[in-house]
Design a protein around this ligand. Structure first.
Ligand code: FMN
Length: 390
């Protein structure tokens, strides 16, 4: 049963984004700096549009925290949309006469404009695209930063890197130091480990921009320092792998999720896929670092790093637009253009850290009693001791 719940609200050019996170223990130190650090990282990455320069993601905490500590009550966050000032009439909350400027009647292929417009009977598809926009992920990142703070209290770290953008791949093997991975990867304009790959990716993004085209890619999110035993095999919706898959597939533009070897493992014999056990030096089991399973077996965390690979489709809005139809006239025309990124894979990787942090914090809180952060720390510590002795 989920212990941590969250909801977001807000349109892309509306007054603000709001979010509520319920289920956090009391007594956890939390400041705005914890949240802002991740908000800034979400805006990074070569290939982002001008919107990133407008939005400073100035998060406010409205509830659930007092004098730098969580209260155990729901935490409410608020992020003002600075851009809203230019959209006051278009996005007015109160009734207005006539059709708003920048109404959208020509659906963009790859977006939810058309199906959402039909489903909700909104002829001006702005009513759909405003909420479908990935601007909403600013709030998921802010809520995820709180989950990350909880995990940090337990020695669990979450990080990410990009492994592919378009044709260029960077498969540099990950070393064990997940806690320092972000510091290394954040130096790269496209969040890859190999600087040569970064150069080629930047060139590729420039070429796509000149052609009015867009790019997708693959990113990897990893978590280390986990206790054994998060999630369960006992019921389908308690499986940790299933919950991770859902969280990632529920992110805009995500079309595939792998754990460990994932699709690559499907082409190999079992002997090259499963992580064998050996007797360790002190009577414990060891796998000598082999983690092809990606940290989960049978829906339960193995204590090894969780490794998730995620495929993102290219951005749907093309500056050289795809063919579409004007729904007022039925005439063929080019798709509507809204200001847009060329490539957002580096940002999606940062968002992915928040998504994984939220799933893992939920699984931790479900497994260990945690009305207070001290209680949670004690129970997780005692469990780690008990397991070590086996
Ligand atoms: C971080 C991030 C930034 C995005 N930026 C844009 C953008 O600037 N323009 C755009 O058309 N789509 C952008 N998208 C993708 C759309 O949000 C998404 O493709 C669209 O909602 C269609 O959703 P679907 O692919 O999940 O069906 C972005 C997605 C993410 C995760």
């Amino acid at each position: 049963m989920a212990r941590l719940r969250y909801l977001t609200a807000g349109e892309s050019h509306g007054p603000a984004l709001s979010g509520i996170l319920e289920g956090m223990p009391a007594g956890m130190p939390l400041t705005l700096e914890d949240i802002h650090a991740d908000s800034i990282r979400r805006k990074m990455g070569y290939g982002r549009g001008n919107r990133m320069k407008i939005e400073t993601d100035d998060v406010k905490i409205l509830a659930g925290v007092r004098r730098g500590e969580t209260l155990g009550s729901p935490i409410a966050l608020y992020i003002e949309n600075r851009d809203h000032q230019k959209w006051l009439d278009i996005m007015a909350i109160e009734p207005r006469e006539g059709v708003a400027a920048r109404a959208v009647y020509i659906p963009r292929p790859g977006h939810t404009d058309r199906v959402g417009g039909l489903k909700y009977d909104r002829p001006d598809m702005r009513d759909i695209l405003e909420r479908a926009s990935a601007r909403e992920t600013a709030m998921r990142v802010a809520l995820g930063a709180i989950a990350r703070r909880l995990l940090a209290e337990l020695g669990i770290s979450v990080a990410s890197r990009v492994v592919r953008i378009g044709e260029v791949v960077d498969e540099t093997p990950l070393d064990a130091d997940i806690a320092t991975l972000n510091a290394r990867v954040d130096e790269s304009p496209v969040r890859v480990l190999d600087p040569h790959a970064a150069e080629r990716i930047v060139q590729q993004i420039d070429t796509a921009r000149e052609a009015g085209d867009t790019l997708g890619g693959v990113f990897e999110v990893v978590a280390g320092g986990l206790p054994i035993g998060l999630g369960s095999h006992a019921q389908w919706d308690r499986r940790l792998d299933g919950r991770i898959g859902e969280a990632f597939l529920a992110l805009n533009a995500i079309k595939g999720v792998e754990l460990g070897l994932g699709f690559r493992g499907s082409a190999l014999p079992g002997s090259a896929v499963h992580d064998a056990y050996f007797p360790g030096e002190n009577g414990e089991l060891t796998r000598y670092g082999s983690n092809r399973a990606g940290g989960i077996e049978g829906g339960i965390s193995t204590g090894q790093p969780i490794v998730v690979r995620v495929a993102m489709k290219p951005i749907s809005t093309l500056m050289k637009p795809l063919p579409s139809v004007d729904l007022r006239s039925g005439e063929a025309t080019n798709a509507y253009i809204e200001r847009s990124d060329v490539c957002a894979v580096p940002a999606a990787a940062v968002i992915g850290e928040s998504l994984l942090a939220l799933v893992l914090a939920d699984a931790v809180l479900e497994t260990f009693p945690g009305d207070t952060i001290g209680m949670l720390r004690d129970y997780v510590g005692a469990w780690r001791e008990k397991i070590r002795a086996r």
